[in-house]
Design a binder for this molecule. Sequence first.
Ligand code: IPM
Ligand code: MG
Length: 354
Amino acid sequence: MKIAVLPGDGIGREIINEAIKVLDKVALKYKLKFEFNEGLIGGCAVDEKGRPFPKETLEICKNSDAVLLGAVGGPKWDKNPSNMRPEKGLLELRKSLGVFSNLRPAILFSDLKEASNLKEEVIKDGLDIMIVRELISGAYFGEKKRIDTKDGEKALDTIEYSSYEIERITKRAFEIARKRNKKLTLIDKANVLETSKLWRKIVSKISLDYKDVKLDYMYVDNAAMQLIKDPNQFDVILTENMFGDILSDEASMLTGSLGMLPSASLGKDNAGIYEPIHGSAPDIAGEDKANPIGTIMSVAMMLKYSFGMEKEARDIEKAVETVLNKGYRTSDIYKEGKKLVGTEKMGTLISEEI
Ligand code: IPM
Ligand code: MG
């Protein structure tokens, strides 16, 4: 199995190292062979190749069975023009691989209840939500413009959605809901946005083919509030690109830390991009402080979704759980009485449990 490895910027390199450590251990245990091919993306690619998503990187990704990504971005490139920003590289990668569905599970490990920002009586038995975010359309990819007018500068971002873009991700979300608790919530802003009205029309039509799944609708402002008030009312959330970006960061905090959440981005075949949902955290880069669990859990998703290795994936999830149960914590999830460890140690502990 060929895996394209794109560490990116900031803490990217450190967390990727730990994810590979874990993969190597899985390979050893199950006598598998992973071939890693590294490429540049983001700010480091701008510095070395003059663009955030170089052709060589695209080639590596296209010739791989899956892509493992760290994070992109940093203050060094913040003033760059839009097409020379690190984030642009990530968006080009997603677009060129056609990964329209971004799965972001928000799971609270039982031992991390005290790390959640919610009270125990709100969290109750835990938390297990799956956010299905549309990833390659909407405001991120719609027409953008800067115009000089007599009143000054004007900027324009367009939210665009075509029915086929909504259909393909909706079907995927229903399939996922079917395998879970058969409950799907479409989150939108249909009281204001035309695109949201189209989403509702298409989702309600497709729901006729999934009568076993209970579908409901919620406006995004209300959803942001409900996630904090009673997160367990949600099972699978389906939403457009920008709402999904925002709500998944919010959901991550319920699980204790942004550093915990993995993601899988899938298109119509098995090849996918796997990355933690957090950013490049330039403030702690190189300090061995980053939490590698989001990336390690992303590798578990890779094994499951791209390679069909359920058992191996479960091994990784269990190893993470065991290490947390033993009280080890990186600084983002640290509480008094626990054992504080760095990025590298956390990766080693997890790989040792496999
Ligand atoms: C994410 C990130 C990206 C996004 C940024 C880095 C472009 O926030 O994966 O959630 O907005 O999609
Ligand atoms: Mg985000």
